[in-house]
Design a binder for this molecule. Structure first.
Ligand code: GRF
Length: 218
């Protein structure tokens, strides 16, 4: 791993998590460089964010490839070409193909808006609100072949209330997402993360984890 971690970000939409990573680099919290944004969506607002910060943006659409394997091999090639060491899925709304996972095993991080393994897949916040859970939150995990099933790196809790809608809960969870995603990348850049099977150990985490959990409101 180089001294400044080289990131490749994949995003499909708004890109607020992408922005939180950019901001963490700009503020000096994170010693990393984003070498490219790759998106499957030419309309993604993330492209504008990339432009503002001088980050190369590549639109790579699945329909231009014969199959998923060709699509993800191509993406892997573009990332490799740019020396990407860690791939960050910041609202990339597709299940990543094996061709990319094999190239970057335990080197692809995703943010999911629920406390996994509860509520994987789409609309994690709505699932949590409909279930009337009392504690919700978000998860950063490594990506494997399943849907939000890979080894869990860090999580943060957010309270959920009976009158929450998908929107109000999403907004509360998103604030936590913007904290833990850059934090997980920082841990990785410092070489503090090790993975054994589905278990992720983080050096020094026991002492520091309280920092990223919001206090419960009474
Ligand atoms: C976030 O809620 C993230 O957890 C999920 O997709 C959403 C992306 O939001 N994977 P943004 O594009 O980062 O604003």
């Amino acid at each position: 791993m180089s001294e400044t971690l080289i990131l490749g970000v994949l995003a499909s939409g708004r890109g607020s998590n992408f922005q939180s990573i950019i901001d963490s680099i700009d503020s000096g919290f994170l010693n990393a460089k984003i070498s490219a944004l790759i998106t499957d969506n030419p309309e993604a607002y993330a492209i504008k964010r990339a432009g503002k910060h001088g980050i190369e943006a590549l639109v790579i659409k699945p329909r231009d490839f014969s199959d998923r394997n060709a699509y993800y091999s191509h993406i892997a090639g573009e990332l490799k070409k740019r020396g990407v060491e860690l791939v960050v899925l910041a609202g990339f709304m597709r299940v990543v193909g094996k061709a990319l996972i094999d190239e970057y095993r335990n080197k692809i991080m995703n943010i999911h808006p629920a406390l996994l393994p509860s509520f994987p897949g789409l609309h994690g916040q709505k699932q949590a609100a409909d279930y009337s859970v009392k504690i919700s939150g978000c998860t950063v995990h490594f990506v494997d072949e399943g849907m939000d099933t890979g080894p869990i790196i860090i999580q943060a809790a957010a309270p959920a209330y009976h009158d929450d809608t998908e929107e109000t809960l999403s907004e509360r969870i998103l604030k936590q997402e913007h904290k833990i995603f850059p934090y997980a990348i920082k841990l990785y850049s410092e070489g503090r993360i090790s993975v054994e099977g589905r278990k992720v150990a983080i050096k020094g985490y026991r002492e520091n984890s309280v920092m990223i959990n919001p206090p419960l409101q009474t």
